[in-house]
Design a protein around this ligand. Sequence first.
Ligand code: AHR
Length: 665
Amino acid sequence: MPTSNVPTPLRSAALALALLPFALAATLCAQDVQPVQITVDAAHPGASINPSMFGIFFEDINFGADGGLYPELVKNRSFEFQEPLTGWHEVLGFSPKGIDSPKGELAIRTEDPLNPSNPHYLHVRVYDPGYSFYNTGFRGMGIESGAEYRFSAYVRTTGPKSIRATITDDTGHEIGSGTLQSLSSQWARYETVIRATATSQHARLNLILDEPGQLDLDMVSLFPVDTFKHRPNGLRKDLVQLLADMHPGFLRFPGGCIVEGRQLATRYRWKNSIGDIAQRKTIINRWNDEFDYRPAPDYFQSFGLGFYEYFQLAEDIGAQPLPILNCGMACQFNTDETAALDQLGEYIKDALDLIEFANGPVTSPWGKIRAQLGHPEPFHLTMIGVGNEQWGPRYVERYKLFAARLKAEHPEIRLVVAAGPAPSGEPFNSLWATWRTLHADIVDEHYYMSPDWFLTNTARYDHYDRSGPKVFAGEYAAQTVGTTSADNRNNWKGAIAEAAFMTGLERNGDVVQMASYAPLLANVEAWQWKPDAIWFDNLHSYGTPNYYVQRVFASNAGTRIVPVTPQAESGLYTSATLDERTHELIVKAINNTASTRAATLQLNGLSPSGTIRVTTLASADLNAENSFDHPTAVSPQPSTLDAKSNTIPVQLAPYSVTVFRIPTQ
Ligand code: AHR
């Protein structure tokens, strides 16, 4: 029916109905563009906060150290794995007549070892010149064209006087070679530098013996010459650079559950992790067989990255060191083995000696060792964690013994204690009650929770007791599917929820002293736990959106809280700080909605004195992730803003984290 024939009143009604959706949309749009006012009360700054509050949690999980940050390319270099030939294989050539490659034999021996800490070594019998065997590395070896690699080994021989080494790529093509020569009959270390002629992500190291006879081998190593800051026994450059770029306030190490071990025998012992790398006792990694769905039978700890290297790393990236020590308890999720109270002396002595190792004068026994290792200056240790993620009365009993000695001898060292594995309920509540009674310094809370939990807990610390222990949000990450689920993603949905939550940490910076995302690193071919801040393979690495959230917060921390409203309202989350060092007001605004939010920054008590630096981290797609192909798909974008007054109109992009650095002088 043509509308012209419809009576006028009816036509009007039909028209009104037809236009209704547009009218509604127009109303909604009008609401959308209505600027929300973000009021920053710069005239009344609040408590001072720790400008180093956003830091790093490092643990050797997901091949984070061996096979990751510690760039040794030979897996099982000292033949101490449970299966001592793990990673090592003979070259066998097959023909219709049988094996026709040069013959020899590999065996594991312990007689008259290189050292008693790592007693196993490889005994090689060469029957035919040209006998060879190879190491597969940690899921292959990452080799870069033109780069140099130091090949070294401890050798003792009664036969062959040289060892030829070749590096071959994934197709077996040789991409570098070198020879250890003039080998003697006593254990001695030999080295040569190999320059690679091509790049390979899954290379291997082949050892070839051209003379018959027998020899012993130990500590076989292929190590990049170019490490971060060119340090000998140094760390993988690209990964440390990502850490340094975060500007982390502190570095927590070495974990995590790895501190505890599955049993006390395999707990982390810092004294076994320093000095000559050949003498650092290799032990099983606690994550080796933790998850049935991600078994890692070849996961051990060489301790090549040990406490000296951790302290050095912290210094190199400008972070305060925060070592976590075993308190006489193995992982309570595993054996729950506990050292008897009268056995705790050794554990407490380890803590006292660690303080001396880090801070003592070079004339003290442990300060002298630090100086001999190359660092006469102190490492400026100010805090220690007593236990990792412990709970229960047995923990409290052990803490009391630690605290009594440590506080008596080192009142300057603050002690971090655990609040158990979860952020509420039991044992969280009773532990907190105890820590308040005992006047503990800092309580370490862990939350591996859903993105929604993070969004609905931004006010978590608003009502914490200001006179009680301080908080260390020591391990957290939004679990997009479920805790420890292999399906968790490092997507923007989780990352922006973490950012929203972190505004609450910052607004409560008088209570929350420190915060760190966990875990930090994951080898894409050898991970156990998702999500993780940084992913890497043998040659490449990238930061996830979650990493960039951490980086944006850590790079834009202030020294004093500034009141701001609204704090958490309709998908908008805010915090503000003053940086008294740079004379800037720093405002963070998280827009967790799908629309652009027009906002006005209303600065009470000051006007910008120059150009505002803006950092925006945004993605309209909550499923967005970074990847090796698109490593910075979600990453901070800088811009500037000129403001004429203390009323500043801004646009907050859909699903965005925006930081405004406003000069105030
Ligand atoms: O970050 C992974 C693990 O989570 C840590 O090792 C442990 O402290 C927590 O349970």
